[in-house]
Design a protein around this ligand. Sequence first.
Ligand SMILES: [Zn+2]
Length: 250
Amino acid sequence: MVRNLLALVLIVFIIGLITYGAFYSALTLANPDNPLNRSYRKYFLKRYVLRSAFRLNRIGDARFEFGSSDEFPTLAVNVFSQNGEQLSAATLERVISELARITDKPSGIILNVTERLSGLSGQSSDDDLKRLSEGYGPGFDFRRKRAAVNLFVLNSYTGLPSLTGLVRDDHSIFIFMETVRQVARFQNDSVGTEVSTILHEFGHLMGADHSGECIMSPVVEDATYENLPTRIAENYCESDIREIGNALIN
Ligand SMILES: [Zn+2]
């Protein structure tokens, strides 16, 4: 009897392990367009514990943690700046008030401007970005029910110097101030350029693709100057909010 029970436990354990391995491989490692990813990834994303277990951390994977208050009623925005670079208080104030429009955070949005980044000099490479996003981690605080986004304010990016901003995982935004300043000269407004870039990148973290001619327009993050509109939007428009809303449904 005991041997039968042990055999049953072993079989269940092995089946569980194989199932976990199959899901892990399909969700985490394989082509994002595979049927399992397309149909079921969103269900895994809705539970932080499942997202952690399967290490789901692509761009947009934290959208339910930002866009819903079920598990995380508070959002922390953590700002880390390279020496010599910083965002103005006006920029951060406007960013927070716009984020409050597109997230669902009844307990509020907390701003932490605490730390200077060390070990960076001038331009940052892809390796630097990887080291920063992995080094500072996702920052989700399950105990305090707090989702988090890390905002890294850097001088410039060697990978594609025309970018004003970039996202590369579920929780990090990189802003490249040298390019932001170049764009700001065309816009006559450095605060507005910083705001639009950060809002654009946060839209990606909410699962939005490029669309429309407002914040989620591709020109907002890529300073190919001849394509720049005379005035880049500094608030989410209806088209942006629709695109973000669709990402939370689909
Ligand atoms: Zn973009």
